[in-house]
Design a protein around this ligand. Structure first.
Ligand SMILES: Nc1nc2c(ncn2[C@@H]2O[C@H](COP(=O)(O)OP(=O)(O)OP(=O)(O)O)[C@@H](O)[C@H]2O)c(=O)[nH]1
Ligand SMILES: [Mg+2]
Length: 666
């Protein structure tokens, strides 16, 4: 006998995955952040000697076809023929949650059980719900639960068993609309009757979705009734909207809401609260239009301090470890080519990846904590207004801020964005944000050439980079990955103390993935660069492939006032941006440390040229690790497009600054 299938559906962050884990004993990731589960996950539990397959669907606010998540959930409910649908409802916001419940019931599903979760929290907030009365009002079983504490799990299993075996009779309540809307629904239902649709889909649901002009349903219906008839229906809807003076979508939504509001009075009431909850108190400061930003700045400053104070020494230490390993290997290998390839190419390359590991891990660690506490949702709310102006959602500010440290984990952090289009844009502009490696180049050049006001000069480079990033976000979201703006719905979860175990596990998983995915790209890059700088003769002679390549670019570099040496340095900067400076010391054959290099460079470069070099270094290309990360998170094409775009922008900026500087007589 095939296993009975149980689908878990509900709004984001209501505790579906917690219920799933309770049922199946599995350990899926639970996060205090809406949108944690984006694909459906499956697991099995046993009751009364029978096995049930549980499917954890992504959380959605509705079942319209706005995003992939919503479609995944809807298609599963519509076509997956689950034997039982468990609709997880958050007891602390029943009104909003029941909107989805109503949509599920409107689909004509008769096998729905409501898991009324987070009753512990609801009680604390003074919300009293009577499950028996709620069950009566909705016509389906209601199981009160506190999934986090494992309360109600056994009853839920029992109900699922009974439902799957037809031992429960349900009479789901359906929202009632105004007579006029009902007439429209009836009219469309009539039009669809008699077609093949009738045996496959609930006609009333199709009719309501057509009234809401749901794209996917329109496409579906089109296949069965033809263009002519669909057009007729849509014209009819248009006329009805004209009579109302409002879109049907809005009318239906508001009437549904009123219906639910009336319903809840039958089973829910509020008792007097003992003052404000802690979450409310905290939010008065944390999402305050002024203090909120002060806290935001302080929090991210602390994250930076933490990550870099701890991460940079570890990075250096790991780097040294690989160096000494290489040194140790040198006398062991007789073949010179093999030795060079292994020690300088491969170990150098792998070392470069692995030495990023502490930074990546610590960043994810800090992020996971902020996420689990519930703070990230507040950041999104604070930044929404500003970021939207540039075509990005508020949450996208998090990866941008992280980019100041290192673009690699920052690119990976774009995963917190739900919308694919938003993710692509956020990933695309991220490499423009100057990472700490570029900070070292910028501060070296500023310090060497602009001793009196080097901080100001460095700051100006940052400002240029951030401006370019935001403008690019605007450009890309308006012209390349156009699409509907994802609606801004985010819940503000209760603040929680994070669980250290999940935080550590989660950051470990994420950073491990970085090494796996970005590793190959970096390795290949390191080998290529090694080859270019050792053949046919070693670099520093002016005749290595790397230097010859630089010389080819000389005319191009001249456009921005730079020479072939800059081209070679920038080439090596692709491996890691800090190489831009160290390459100069190789080319000039300076071995006497930083002071001598500064002296040597002052002789061959003007401050204007140095400034151009600083800007170009900041903008010209993502380093290999970042390219690898973008490729891992999207695809090759997007990584390549980002790279080409950055080279173009950097060249334009370089040329512009050089000529403006000349014109101003600097
Ligand atoms: N107080 C309380 N918190 C709960 C309960 N169940 C879940 N939570 C918390 O609610 C948050 C969200 O839980 P998840 O299980 O990830 O929610 P989800 O519905 O799977 O979320 P998405 O996958 O993002 O849609 C987590 O912080 C849980 O610890 C409960 O019964 N009581
Ligand atoms: Mg989940």
């Amino acid at each position: 006998m095939a296993m009975k299938v149980v689908a878990l559906a509900g709004n984001p962050n209501v505790g579906k995955t917690t219920v799933f884990n309770d049922l199946t004993g599995m350990r899926q990731h639970v996060g205090n952040w809406p949108g944690v589960t984006v694909e459906k996950k499956e697991g099995v539990f046993e009751y009364n000697g029978e096995k049930f397959l549980v499917v954890d669907l992504p959380g959605t606010y509705s079942l319209t076809a706005h995003s992939i998540d919503e479609l995944v959930a809807r298609n599963f409910l519509l076509n997956g023929n689950p034997d039982v649908v468990v609709n997880v409802v958050d007891a602390t916001s029943v009104l909003r949650n029941l909107l989805l419940t109503m949509e599920i019931l409107e689909m004509g599903l008769k096998n729905v059980i409501i898991a009324l979760n987070k009753i512990d929290l609801a009680e604390k907030k003074g919300i009293r719900i009577d499950p028996a009365k709620m069950s009566k009002a909705l016509g389906v079983p209601v199981v009160a639960m506190s999934a986090k504490e494992g309360i109600g799990v056994d009853e839920l299993k029992k109900r699922i068993y009974e439902m799957a075996h037809g031992l429960i009779k349900t009479e789901p309540v359906l929202p009632e609309y105004d007579p006029e809307v009902e007439r429209e629904i009836e009219h469309i239902t009539q039009c669809l009757r008699g077609t093949e649709l009738e045996s496959r889909y609930p006609l009333r649901w199709l009719a309501i979705k057509l009234l809401q002009r749901d794209d996917e349903v329109m496409k579906l219906v089109l296949r069965y009734i033809g263009e002519e008839k669909l057009k007729e229906i849509m014209t009819h809807i248009g006329e009805a909207e004209e009579r109302y003076g409002r879109a049907m979508d809005l009318i239906i939504a508001s009437q549904k809401y009123e219906f639910i509001d009336g319903l809840t009075h039958e089973f829910m009431h509020y008792t007097a609260k003992e003052g404000e909850s802690l979450t409310d108190q905290l939010d008065r400061v944390l999402i305050h239009p002024v203090y909120g930003f002060v806290v935001l700045a302080a929090v991210f400053y602390a994250v930076f301090k933490f990550v870099f104070a701890l991460g940079l020494p570890l990075q250096g230490w790991l780097g040294d470890l690989f160096d000494s390993f290489g040194q140790w290997l040198v006398p062991q290998i007789a073949n010179e080519t093999l030795r060079g390839l292994l020690v300088d190419g491969i170990i150098g390359g792998v070392g470069a990846v692995l030495s990023f590991f502490p930074l990546v891990f610590l960043l994810f660690f800090a992020l996971s904590i902020l996420e689990d506490i519930g703070y990230m949702a507040r950041v999104a709310v604070l930044m929404e207004g500003i970021m939207r102006k540039f075509g990005l959602p508020g949450k996208a500010v998090i990866p941008l801020i992280l980019g100041l440290g290192c673009n690699v984990p920052a690119v990976m952090a774009t995963r917190t964005l739900d919308d694919e289009r938003d993710r692509l844009v956020a990933m695309f502009v991220n490499p423009f944000i100057p990472c700490s490696a570029r900070l070292s180049v910028i501060s070296f050049l500023a310090g060497t050439f602009f001793s009196s006001n080097h901080a100001l000069v460095a700051l100006s480079v940052y400002l240029i980079a951030i401006t370019v990033a935001l403008l690019s976000a605007w450009l890309i979201s308006h012209f390349v990955v156009r699409g509907e703006e994802s609606p801004f719905v985010i819940e503000l979860p209760e603040y929680l103390i994070p669980s250290w175990k999940t935080v550590i596990l989660h950051s470990w998983e994420r950073s491990k993935e970085f090494v796996k995915k970005a590793g190959t790209v970096i390795l290949v890059g390191a080998i290529v660069i090694w080859y270019l700088s050792n053949y046919p003769v070693e670099i520093g002679t002016g005749r290595s492939y790397a230097e010859r390549l630089g010389q080819i670019f000389e005319p191009y570099m001249r456009l921005m006032g730079l020479d072939w040496k800059a081209a070679v340095s920038l080439l090596f900067g692709i491996i890691a941006k800090e190489n831009v400076i160290s390459t100069y010391s190789v080319i000039y054959g300076v071995s006497g440390g930083e002071a001598m290099l500064r002296e040597a460079m002052r002789h061959v470069m003007t401050p204007l040229q140095a400034y151009v070099l600083a800007v170009v270094t900041t903008l010209y290309i993502p380093c290999i690790a970042t390219i690898g990360a973008i490729k891992a998170e999207s695809n090759w094409k997007w990584a390549l497009f980002t790279t080409v775009y950055m080279i173009t922008v950097a060249s334009l900026a370089g040329i512009l600054i050089w000529h403006m500087g000349l014109a101003l007589g600097i």
